[in-house]
Write a protein of this length. Sequence first.
Length: 524
Amino acid sequence: MKQTVLVLLSIVTCLTTQAQTWNEGYINQPANIRYASHNPTRIAYNVQRDFAVANVNYSLSKGDFHAVDASGDAHAIEAYIGGLRHIGKFDVQGHISYRNQKDNDLAWSAMPWNNPDNPFAICDSVPGDATTESYDMQASATYSFSDRLKGAVEIGLRTGNKADQTDPRPRTVTSILPITLGADYRLTDNWSAGVSAGVRFFSSLVEYTNVNSTLHSHRYFLMKGMGDYAKRSSGDESGYKRDFSGHALSAALQAVWHPRDGQTENFTEISVKLENEDAIDGGESYSFHGGDYKETLIALTDRFLWRANENTRHNFSLSAAYTSGKGNWYDQKRELDTELNSAIFYRILNESTIQKTQRLSAGLGYRLDLLKGGQRNIFVDAGARLNYFTQKHFQGSSTPTQKIQTIDLSLEAGKSIYISKVVLQTALGGTYRLPGTKEYANGSAFTGEDDISRPYTRRIFEYESASRLGIHALADVSLPATERLTAGAYINGRLHLYTDNQEYWTGYDGTSLTTVEAGFYLKF
């Protein structure tokens, strides 16, 4: 029976599944071959170009199979309103959302939206209850200059703050501003080409304070990667402040083949991203350089669409990505400026690369969409992805190295049921992670009670490399209230099970994580 289940699950999905009928992607993603493009002109090729929705949902997560810096007891409420419109030569799209999330017993990283491979995290090991409020806004506009040429701009803003009232008390305020420009030109009746470029600005302020610093000695850690850290103690300072700032530059080229018969299409995109994050500590009192992280990403995606007949669509996809990251550390000496009232400053003695990270992934996907009377009837979505990760920590004459290789497999199927005016959308799927190469290393020289490899480094490695089984299901029901207004509700459940042999950290044995999300929506 177990082998049968694994076979059924062994076909990660490369095409984004848009199962909820409240999302316009439910219709547009299978038919618009440019749907996931970096180029914002993609919205001009949607099948559904006039759509608006308001949605409110509640989610709840319970379980112990989660990342070290995540919570196994979390709940959130989110409100969303957005849509798209076609007005003459313009196509516009936008949304705004608000999310309030409570994470209980949350520990370690206080950096919610930084690059996850940035080794210079600031964190503590004391569990606390954190509340995160965030806003997300985005607007896109495409203009058709002619039948051949389209231009577009996309701008977004994501802001949020996170607070935890357990000593040491972290507070994080983060803002992200992405801007993307794009153009698309039809070269011939069969070929189109596109180009896009973007910039993303990032800012995050992290502050630690200690109300009971004279009674307790709760430590927080200035990480240097792979379990290595510069130790700070609440007994020495009443707080600590770190300011992250960064930017990312991205560019992409697209090529689309669309022969006149309309039965087949092919979309190819090559993209590159250069990202940088800097950490400066101390605020107004002093300036300590907490490390620089730089990352380069090169990616290739290809999607082939075959309309076998009026009611059958086959989508084939492949993707590949290579990421290279480097963290530079600064050895610094604390000194007093006698000419400025003995002000503290840190003099940089040496700059060196302390950590290098590489990620390589490649995936294949297949999606079948069957229509009935012009409406979606059945879909099947399957995929497989190979992931390879290596991380090196430079520590004097030694170079501890971690390596992880995994294969992610997924299979999902859905059915739409039409009963008079009522539409019931159902979906059921599964995922499985098959681990391959595993090579653990700890980059810290600390021993005894100062060694955090067991609760931190080993736990991270076990979570990333472990085999796991996932099952998810969706039910979405909608009913037209008027000619232009449709009301609906949905419930979505996901279960992740740890299925490995606890090689590096024993705490995951027999654990799982269950997430349930339910919501109501209005389409108009």
